[in-house]
Design a protein around this ligand. Structure first.
Ligand SMILES: NC(=O)c1ccc[n+]([C@@H]2O[C@H](COP(=O)([O-])OP(=O)(O)OC[C@H]3O[C@@H](n4cnc5c(N)ncnc54)[C@H](OP(=O)(O)O)[C@@H]3O)[C@@H](O)[C@H]2O)c1
Length: 308
């Protein structure tokens, strides 16, 4: 499939919202959307495959501004030459560490946040320019963390214990505190690591399995995604399949959310896309499924990722 003609960020945002709404049977400007327009729904064998993926691949322990603004309005993406300052939430986590490594290599100024003061030394050694101890459940902490940044990447997530026992999850409340603080502070762009199955996604057996097996996380991430879309801040949301610790392939398949893509994908590949998204016009105001499943190339979209 060829490259899309770049549209403005606002146009892309509208199409993302409209598409997600239409897949729930809502009405678009063109009128009601027929259910037949949805991607085909895979069968029972895919359910078994999704379960096997989870069993085999899931981690065992758990799961200043004016120039920047002007360029974003022209191109729909950020310009690396304007030296945006990046806030990385989840920097100590398994995807976050890979994101931090890539950000450090790109020469961007990085503020990493962690809840654990014991992580500060490690994150500094991993080339974070600044480390802020911050609990995203605390709104004042979130406001302090976003002050002066242009771009936020969030890979935060909950432990299995938290998923089934906690009243609130960082996937939801924490990310919402982050994005609302970001919008109030005039942050340019938010990039979030979400998950297949979020937002009513039933397009694959894997998405349905995620909804059944980690329902509280899916609900929390759905609320966070909604807060991002409603914030007015440009965004890219990635919904990966089962995350692995494999190497980067630079051959992950992406497609608009609820495309029916399913499979595993390495955190390294997701990290590469998260870092590229703010500089990639075609990723502006998009919600994208991401997996590494070459068999589904025909359902995926070719995007010219601009790696910083
Ligand atoms: N596992 C899968 O197969 C899978 C599939 C699809 C999507 N996902 C999603 O992908 C994302 C990344 O997963 P991962 O396994 O790479 O990450 P991870 O290793 O679980 O790391 C989670 C991060 O969240 C941070 N965090 C937790 N509570 C926080 C709070 N209250 N305030 C600030 N930060 C907080 C932690 O920071 P501290 O260490 O500083 O507390 C940690 O760095 C998650 O959102 C996950 O749900 C996972």
């Amino acid at each position: 499939m060829g490259l899309e003609v770049p549209r403005t960020g606002e146009q892309r945002g509208a199409s993302d919202r409209e598409r997600l709404e239409s897949e729930r049977g809502a009405t678009t400007r063109e009128g009601p959307v027929a259910r037949e327009q949805k991607p085909s729904v895979p069968g029972a064998s895919e359910t078994v495959s999704a379960a096997l993926f989870l069993i085999c691949c899931t981690k065992h322990d758990h799961f200043g501004r004016s120039n920047v603004q002007a360029r974003r309005e022209q191109t729909g993406s950020m310009d690396i030459d304007n030296d945006p300052t990046v806030l990385l939430a989840g920097a100590s986590g398994d995807t976050g560490r890979r994101v931090l490594y890539l950000l450090a290599r790109s020469g961007l100024d990085v503020r990493a946040i962690t809840t654990d003061p014991g992580n500060v030394g490690d994150l500094r050694r991993a080339s974070a320019d600044e480390v802020v101890v911050c609990d995203l459940f605390d709104r004042a902490d979130a406001e302090r963390a976003v002050s002066g940044v242009d771009l936020i990447l969030t890979t935060v997530g909950s432990t299995p214990q938290e998923v089934f026992l906690a009243d609130e999850l960082v996937d939801g409340t924490g990310n919402i505190n982050l994005v609302e603080s970001a919008a109030a502070a005039g942050v340019e762009r938010v990039v979030m690591e979400s998950s297949l199955g979020v937002g009513g996604d039933r397009a694959s057996a894997m998405a349905r399995f995620f909804r059944l097996s980690i329902g509280p996380v899916v609900e929390a991430k759905t609320a966070a995604e909604r807060a991002i879309r409603e914030s007015g801040t440009d965004y890219t949301i990635f919904r990966p399949g089962v995350l692995t610790t494999g190497a980067a392939t630079d051959d992950a398949q992406v497609a608009s959310a609820e495309s029916g893509l399913w499979g595993a994908v390495s955190r390294a590949d997701v990290a590469r896309l998260m870092v590229a998204a703010p500089f990639t016009p075609e990723a502006t105001n998009r919600t994208l499924d991401v997996v590494r499943n070459p068999l589904l190339r025909n359902r995926s979209e070719r995007i010219d990722w601009r790696h910083p």
